[in-house]
Design a protein around this ligand. Structure first.
Ligand code: DGL
Length: 279
């Protein structure tokens, strides 16, 4: 029997739209609910405990929307809160780290992989661990990581391809170019918004990995295996932000296209009490 409940997707802000876009492209018959916690972003400079607390509140909000699955469309939340969410969520949870790591290992030819992410993702060490695990058969695999915190603010501002974005990217990416990577993982879901700028700086020989594409295929597989696919009747798209809804729509619209997002509503989730989960 078809399961027409929506897929819930959350991020600290607009970055998760890069994942949502791939989910919609792959599974157009699925309804979706998106929550961007712009009001409390960035997560990438917060402590582990805060990221876990925020992510559990995001989960509780989506559960209230009766979702059938939760996609953590945020690497920072995935690296810090995946265990807590898998433990407490009433529905299956998909994260973004392992699908991205798998795609990077598949793409590399010279065994040199760069990972750019938020401070919190880099310091968790989980992305590096995931690439090492997925790439265990690659002899002499070498990994370089770099935190690029300003990319998140540039993405949230909509400054994706201007002079400031270029200068910032040149500075952050210099050590990675020097290292000679042929594959660069955009290990923060905000970064694909700056893909053109990052690609220009890295040059045409470096493959950029946007984990959203791999995540969408994991979502499809999981829904199929569990017979949870929708039959496509009455597809809905809902958008929520914890900051200004107009700002969210104007930044997101050129990226999502096809008239989305429409009717974004402002909602805050700090009223959800997660104390019992944190115990
Ligand atoms: N988009 C988020 C990620 O993938 C992080 C942005 C932030 O720091 O809030 O890591």
């Amino acid at each position: 029997m078809a399961d027409n409940r929506p897929i819930g997707v959350f991020d600290s802000g607009i970055g998760g739209l890069t994942v949502l876009r791939e989910i919609i492209a792959r599974l157009p018959s699925e309804s979706t609910v998106y929550y961007g916690d712009d009001g409390r972003a960035p997560y990438g400079s917060k402590s582990h405990d805060t990221i876990v607390e925020y992510s559990l509140q995001d989960m509780m909000f989506l559960e209230q929307k009766d979702v059938k699955m939760i996609v953590i469309a945020c690497n920072t939340a995935s690296t810090h809160a995946i265990d807590a969410l898998r433990k407490h969520s009433k529905v299956p949870v998909v994260e973004v780290v392992y699908p991205g790591a798998k795609a990077a290992v598949k793409a590399t030819r010279n065994g040199r992989i760069g990972i750019i992410a938020t401070n919190a993702t880099v310091s968790s060490g989980l992305y590096e661990k995931a690439v090492k695990e997925e790439g265990r058969d690659i002899p002499g695999l070498q990994i370089i990581q770099q935190a690029c915190p300003l990319f998140v603010s540039l993405a949230e501002e909509g400054w994706w391809d201007d002079e400031i974005a270029h200068l910032t990217a040149e500075r952050y990416l210099a050590p990675i170019k020097e290292f000679g990577v042929d594959t660069l993982v955009l290990a923060c879901t905000h970064y694909p918004l700056l893909a053109k700028t990052i690609g220009d700086v890295m040059g045409p020989d470096v493959t950029l990995i946007n984990s959203g594409i791999s995540v969408a295929s994991v979502v499809e597989e999981l829904l199929r295996d569990n017979e949870m696919l929708s039959d496509g009747a009455a597809v809905t798209r809902e958008f929520f932000t914890s900051d200004d809804a107009h700002r969210f729509e104007s930044v997101a619209a050129p990226f999502l296209g096809r008239g989305l997002p429409q009717g974004t509503r402002k909602v805050t989730v700090d009223r959800f009490d997660v104390a019992e989960y944190l115990g």
